[in-house]
Design a protein around this ligand. Structure first.
Ligand code: NI
Length: 168
């Protein structure tokens, strides 16, 4: 199945909790190909399977938008092992076109996951990479970046959010 569209805010699937991947099947490989294509097309930093409407614990992060040496990285069944520090930075989400807000998140993260061949790896990341991993990992729990907004930030984004919900 090629060219699955990115679902946007208002679609209830974004609030669902994703299930672990049991096996790297052909369907999972097809999904990974669709995730990579969709992320590249959207020029984003990260995308989770739920954003293509598939409730599996998979996301990809691609920092090549901000670092030309970076490569797309696949995370299957990720587990956040440690976080440290704190940083504030502007953040967006491909399921919330046009909405950006400064959010505080940990500065560093240590994450364990499987790669696209099912091999386990542990990765330490900081800055934008850590932020992208934590943002995408939230999606697997049905948590969205607007949940981290302050009351004021939420009020400021409210009109745009209503417009997004109506467009679904
Ligand atoms: Ni997102």
């Amino acid at each position: 199945m090629a060219g699955r569209p990115i679902v946007t805010y208002g679609d209830p699937v974004l609030r669902e909790v994703s299930k672990p991947v049991e096996e790297i099947t052909t369907e999972v490989k097809d999904l990974l190909a669709d995730l990579k294509a969709a992320l590249q097309k959207a020029n984003g930093l990260g995308l989770s399977a739920v954003q293509l409407g598939v409730l599996l614990r998979i996301f990809i992060v691609d920092l090549s938008v901000v670092d030309i040496t970076a490569e797309q990285k696949v995370f299957i069944n990720p587990e956040i092992m440690e976080t440290a520090g704190s940083s504030e930075f502007e953040e967006g989400c491909l399921s919330f076109p046009g909405i950006f807000q400064r959010l505080t998140r940990p500065e560093r993260v240590k994450v364990k996951a499987l790669d696209e061949n099912g091999n386990e790896f542990v990765m330490e990341a900081e800055g934008v990479a850590a932020r992208a991993i934590l943002h995408e990992n939230d999606h697997l729990e049905g948590v969205l970046f607007i949940d981290h907004f302050s009351a004021l930030g939420r009020a400021l984004a409210d009109r745009k959010l209503k417009r997004l919900t109506k467009s679904v």
